[in-house]
Design a protein around this ligand. Structure first.
Ligand SMILES: [Zn+2]
Length: 396
């Protein structure tokens, strides 16, 4: 089987997760891919390969020297269906607009990133689904690297731990992750885009839910009595630092983002996320949200404003910095394959952030796939194949 075929086979298995079931795995169908992967890992000589009760797949390949972990996630994003994925291969993309099978068009004007992939083979969707290269490209890269060592038994490699996780897309990848099973010195998630990037930094993240209880009374008699919960929510939003939304931020800037607002004049509930790369920065933002709540409460003593704020994940940078070997090793593997590596940051989260905080340093590497979570997702085949060679080098 060639290197791309493995990927094509995985994306045809629907593994979309679901944030409403409250179960692990959130969808049973993720196990369909898990079962196949266990079978293939056993074939490749990972004799202890198995799927645990949560749907996570583990396996170990004995080698020499330090133990390196490789991780990718089996589920696909919630935004677009992952059922009936019909990947389409474009040989030598010449530039210009790509017409997807259902009539949708992907143009370089709308997606300038396409211009970086001229001359390469691309795998695109038929426009009805996502591709699921996030993160089946990661899984396929790891499986191809393992196959390489299986087919070349004389070549030496490190001790390798492999884990394929469920429910990354709903932020629950690390929930039942077994660090003792992984037992690696450090690990890599293969779950990014650009192949020259070693991502070792991500947002610090909080989520908040704020309830506004107004005072309900006949509006005709509301003078100095009726307190409208919707107006309270509106006041709260106005009390937040202005011009610091996702629309207005990029690079290393953080933001406040209202994710939902629902209710009526009596009761309104608002949810939001708070993001910042710096520890001091996220503290400041959390304080700003609390102060905005306080101001509304003080202005309306007969109303009740309650906030519930929770830490979601942390920037992994300070943990990664404690084990520079993980970055150094990735840099060397990229350089050995003619890629000039650079350190990148993720304007979001990664399972690796939680792994790193819990002691398993886990930077993120690219897969050569882009436009994740949507119908315009695509894989650059040459970059994907390059990453297989990078992972082969990484565990050498
Ligand atoms: Zn992913």
């Amino acid at each position: 089987m060639d290197r791309l075929e493995i990927f094509i086979r995985y994306v045809k298995i629907d593994t979309q997760s679901d944030d409403t079931t409250g179960k692990t795995p959130s969808t049973e169908k993720q196990k369909n891919l898990g079962v196949l992967l266990v079978h293939e890992l056993l074939e490749l000589g990972l004799t202890d390969a198995h799927m645990d009760e949560w749907g996570n797949v583990y396996g170990h390949l004995p080698g020499k020297g330090s133990r390196i972990g490789l991780n990718a996630h089996m589920d696909t994003a919630l935004e677009v269906t992952g059922a009936n994925v019909k990947p389409h291969l474009i040989k030598k993309y010449l530039g210009g607009t790509i017409k997807l099978a259902n009539g949708l068009e992907m143009s370089p004007e709308e997606f300038p990133i396409l211009n970086n992939h001229i001359g390469h083979d691309l795998v695109v969707t038929d426009g009805n689904t996502l591709l699921g290269a996030d993160d089946k490209a990661g899984i396929a890269i790891i499986m191809n690297a393992l196959r390489y060592y299986h087919d070349n038994p004389d070549l030496k490699h490190s001790n390798i731990s492999v884990c394929f996780t469920v429910d990354e897309e709903i932020g629950e990848g690390p929930l039942h992750f077994d660090y003792r099973k992984m037992k690696a010195k450090y690990a890599y998630t293969i779950d990014g885009s650009d192949i020259d990037k070693i991502e070792c930094e991500n947002f610090n993240a909080y989520g908040a839910s704020i309830t506004f209880k107004g005072v309900s009374i006949h509006p005709g008699e509301g003078k100095n009595k009726l307190v409208n919960a919707i107006n309270l929510a509106n006041e709260f939003i106005n009390n937040l630092p202005q011009n610091e939304t996702p629309f207005e931020s990029e690079g290393k800037q953080g933001f406040f983002h209202i994710t939902s607002l629902e209710g009526n004049s009596e009761l309104a509930t608002l949810t939001m996320i708070i993001r910042d790369f710096k520890d001091k920065g996220i503290e400041k933002r959390v304080d700003a949200v609390k102060n905005a709540v306080k101001k509304v409460q003080q202005a309306h003593p007969t109303a009740l404003v309650e906030i519930n704020i929770k830490k979601q994940y942390v920037n992994m940078r300070k943990y990664v910095d404690r084990k520079p070997m993980a970055i150094k090793r990735a840099k060397n593997a990229l350089k050995a394959n003619g890629i000039n590596p650079s350190l990148g940051s993720i304007r979001g989260g990664t399972d690796g952030a939680t792994f790193s905080k819990n002691g398993l340093i886990t930077p993120n590497l690219g897969t050569g796939s882009y436009n994740h979570h949507g119908r315009f997702e695509f894989l650059d085949v040459q970059e994907y194949e390059k990453m297989i060679d990078v992972v082969i080098e990484l565990v050498k």
